[in-house]
Design a protein around this ligand. Sequence first.
Ligand code: ADP
Ligand code: MG
Length: 349
Amino acid sequence: MRVRFRRGILVLAGLICLSTVLVIGCNGVQNESFVSNRIMLGTTCKITTWDKDTDFNAVWKKIAELEKTISAHDETSELAKLNGKAGVEWVTVSPILYQAVSQALEIAGLSDGAFNPAIGVLVDLWGIGEYVENKANEINPDNVAAPVIPSDSEIAEALKHIDWHSIELKTAEDGSFMIRIKDKGTEIDLGGIGKGIAADIAAAELARQGVSSALMNFGGNVMCLGARTDGDKFRIGIQIPFEERNNYSQVLKVSDSSVVTSGTYEKYFVDADGVLYHHILDGGTGFPARTGLLSVTIVGPSSAVCDGLSTACFVLGLERATQLIGMMKGYGAIFIEEDSTVVPVGIEL
Ligand code: ADP
Ligand code: MG
């Protein structure tokens, strides 16, 4: 089913980086908090801790290193160089890239390719995520060219080059990590899991520093380390799709968990006929996934897994995604359907 919005008007979402999940204050008395923000990973990243000795710079350094490794928008990133060797040879890669690609392939396997890290050429063809991020400061729609919907032949061509089985990993005899993209036309894209990997790295670094209570919000991708210092759980609100910010469908109470949402309402455009095109693509059709969902929120221990699963579940649709979540011990999901029905799976609301 096609979702129709303001007919004839081009709507650009994500201009002010909407958060899908937001952290809500409580009335309990907490220790003094310490906050640090950065624009990284194409979004606003915020860390709050309740520990005056937090070394935020050490965390940001690790996230910057990850970004330099896996960014799809930086031609000098290690991932861009690996993509440049597609169809040519095995490439020795850093442990960070190896780990990121292995995590992505794991979610691809679990989701039968609904999460597809080999989807790069299709993502480039649609250019939706990139388009919105690049225009983030150009609010005036007169300034921006209307996005172009790819032709059927362009989509058919891209679909020939998105098989995730083309990505191979191995460890060399000397212990170094290697990746090969067998097909020349295939590109790896880690945009669907990158913020989750970053949140896991940040949480691990804070834990290493001895921080016991922290909240990370990387563009709506939330990770909680420990619980609040007053002993309560953190409260994370799930945004109602297409409503003004801070309108919550549910408020989840969590500790030591990540909460990640994928939805149609973050990065999208609407064509002259009012058809909405968003940035979560279905590798089967080559088009933005249309499965009757507006958003999927995943809760669980690893932010990378939550991030990958949220994208995968969106593409799978409610029925198949429910089966997938049922296989994932420790993970739960909240689906919001196009008619606004909220469906929890493996979570008590
Ligand atoms: P966001 O990055 O906005 O939080 P997601 O985590 O759902 O949202 O990731 C969307 C991004 O993932 C897209 O911008 C694109 O880079 C990539 N992507 C799109 N479709 C898929 C897919 N089917 N599998 C894996 N990655 C995808
Ligand atoms: Mg994701």
